[in-house]
Design a binder for this molecule. Structure first.
Ligand code: G3I
Length: 369
């Protein structure tokens, strides 16, 4: 008979439960547990648990996860007859192990397609691709993944449909078909349309038309995902609120799916800026390479507080708020729209320390638990 060392058992149990919710722990996910899920996007290395400090921060603060890149078409479906679920399986296992809400990103998106997909030219081939792609992926994770971005970024800024490889080959029916295929593969999973700038009035109208169209054609759509790649001064709280109200009036959930707030100058905002000009390495475009001045840190904290106050006001309509990354060091905003800058868009700094913005989000809930 095998003798179990009680000391080892205790240590092992402690290690295994390090992510399970503990009431006494002060964290985002615990503070907001009665309001909505608090999520984060995970990089490949975070999914593989390569950094113990990041791993425990993720477990402590967040109860929902999205894969930042590895579930996109080019990674899971690199060739016509080949899927690669190695990292996607690890991502789902990570969420299951830690009892997290698992969001799938993304099934149909014009970007980060595998090269072979870009070459699809006719409707028969594209229809076959969509059926195989959506059915295979959604069925594989049936009952494990809680919600999917079925279609990502299908709209132009004026609310019209983007001329993607999907629209070009299939016409607008591809949108309804995508939602129908996903629902057929997993009737219980929540299905979202996901996009950015959804607070802009013209784009908002485009989303409203889209949701109505999908519903009218018998498709199942459960939510609108507003990415929330925002700035310190825009979009306005009024427009964000109008969008929450407009989308939920359609009978769907609203999720904020990729929240971050840039503090850096944007080349397109500069009057007379020539966007072809090379901004890389220009110190004016990278004003805080070492540290964020306290005045901007305070502005960021105030902006996050205002936004979360609004989210709390409409918590019945909001299913999830997910940050696009765990900490500033991993943010895509360090490399977009200009490569190699130092941005500060999230609640944790590069050393994984909570910023003033973290405190301001937490303070909204203090004394209210
Ligand atoms: O995988 C390659 C690696 O092999 C190579 O060495 C390296 C060199 O640049 O590039 C790696 O690919 C990068 C990929 O992320 C994975 O890290 C790409 O260059 C880079 O462009 C890509 O960026 C991602 C971007 O989507 C692509 O469009 C960002 O990390 C990711 O945060 C961003 O996420 C999107 C959402 O999916 C949809 N909404 C907008 C959001 C921000 O753009």
């Amino acid at each position: 008979m095998k003798i179990i060392n009680p000391y080892l058992l205790a240590i092992t149990t402690l290690l295994l439960v390090n992510c399970s919710p503990k009431k006494e722990v002060t964290s985002l996910k615990n503070s907001y547990k009665d309001d909505f899920y608090i999520g984060t996007a995970l990089s490949a290395s975070q999914i593989e648990e390569k950094n113990a400090a990041e791993d425990s921060l993720i477990c402590k603060e967040f109860n929902a996860i999205t894969a930042e890149n590895i579930m996109k078409s080019m990674f899971v479906h690199p060739q016509k007859d080949k899927y690669d679920f190695t990292l996607a399986d690890k991502f789902v296992a990570f969420g299951e192990k830690n009892k997290m809400f698992i969001h799938g990103h993304t099934l149909i998106w014009h970007s980060q397609l595998a090269p072979w997909m870009e070459k699809i030219k006719d409707s028969t081939e594209m229809k076959a691709f969509m059926k195989d792609h959506i059915t295979t992926i959604v069925s594989k994770y049936k009952g494990k993944i809680n919600s999917w971005d079925v279609v990502n970024e299908a709209l132009n800024e004026d609310g019209t449909l983007r001329k993607s490889v999907f629209l070009n080959t299939l016409g607008e029916s591809y949108l309804v078909d995508a939602f129908k295929l996903a629902a057929a593969a997993d009737p219980k999973v929540d299905l979202y349309y996901n996009d950015y700038n959804l607070e802009e009035p013209a784009k908002r109208e485009g989303v409203i038309r889209l949701v109505k169209k999908i519903k009218a054609a018998g498709g199942k759509i459960d939510g609108v995902g507003s990415q929330g790649h925002w700035k310190l001064d825009s979009p306005s709280l009024e427009e964000i609120e109008k969008s929450i109200l407009a989308y939920s009036a359609l009978g769907v959930k609203v999720a904020f799916t990729e929240l971050d707030i840039t503090v850096l100058p944007n080349p397109w905002d500069l009057k007379g800026a020539d966007v072809n000009q090379n901004f890389e390495g220009n110190p004016k475009m990278n004003p805080y390479p070492e540290t964020l001045p306290d005045s901007v840190q305070t502005k960021l904290a105030q902006r996050y507080a205002d936004i979360f106050k609004l989210f709390l006001k409409h918590k019945e309509k909001i299913s999830r708020v997910t940050f696009w990354g765990v900490h500033d060091g991993q943010s895509w905003l360090n490399d977009w729209p200009i490569k190699g800058r130092t941005n500060y868009p999230l609640l944790f700094d590069t050393k994984l320390q909570p910023k003033k913005a973290y405190n301001s989000v937490m303070q909204l809930k203090e004394g209210k638990e």
